[in-house]
Design a protein around this ligand. Structure first.
Ligand code: HEC
Length: 152
């Protein structure tokens, strides 16, 4: 696990830059997101790793991550939603996926704030993270896993 972390540290700069570029347009029209983006700019992936403990009951991340109750969470930030083969998503996820929804920072922020509001009748039974800084740090943490060549 340590090895994985070291290997990914370099990739983090790249990954987060891409995520910023992608979310930039939407940020201009949405103050709430600008706050998230600002927080993410100082985004603390190490703090995000601690927040990820809340996700671990259902999600694995990193090399060799497998499906648990939820799909593995490699290559999430900036990529298409609901595309992990070998996981049966809820209908609500399939609809969003068919619409070509992408996990922008804005969408991840909305999911993490209240999964049930973002995905209709989602299988992800998680209340959400009220603390905006927690969400920003967590997204920064997820962004360090956008280049993992795992099963994803
Ligand atoms: C109780 C189990 C559970 C917990 C806790 C949980 N999730 Fe999920 N998660 C799921 C399930 C199940 C799905 C599939 C949702 C669906 O199909 O509606 C999912 C889907 C997702 C997706 C979409 C994946 C994709 O392939 O597009 C993301 C991103 C995600 N979760 C992030 C998180 C994060 C980050 C946390 C921690 C804050 C978390 N989840 C906590 C069960 C959980």
């Amino acid at each position: 696990m340590k090895l994985v972390t070291y290997a990914l540290t370099g990739a983090f700069m790249l990954a987060s830059t891409a995520a910023f570029a992608e979310s930039h347009e939407a940020a201009e029209e949405n103050t709430q997101q600008m706050t998230v983006e600002a927080a993410l700019a100082g985004g603390d992936a190490a703090a995000g790793e601690k927040v990820f403990k809340k996700c671990k009951a259902c999600h694995m991340i990193g090399e060799g991550a497998k499906t648990r109750t939820g799909p593995p969470l490699n290559n999430i930030v900036g990529t298409e939603l609901g595309v992990f083969e070998g996981f049966t998503y809820s209908k609500g996820m399939v609809v969003l996926s068919d619409e070509g929804t992408v996990w922008t920072i804005e969408n991840l922020n909305a999911l993490l704030l209240k999964p049930r509001d973002f995905i209709e009748k989602t299988k992800m039974s998680f209340a959400g993270l009220k603390d905006e800084e927690d969400r920003a740090n967590l997204i920064a943490y997820l962004a360090t896993f956008t280049t993992v060549e795992a099963d994803n």
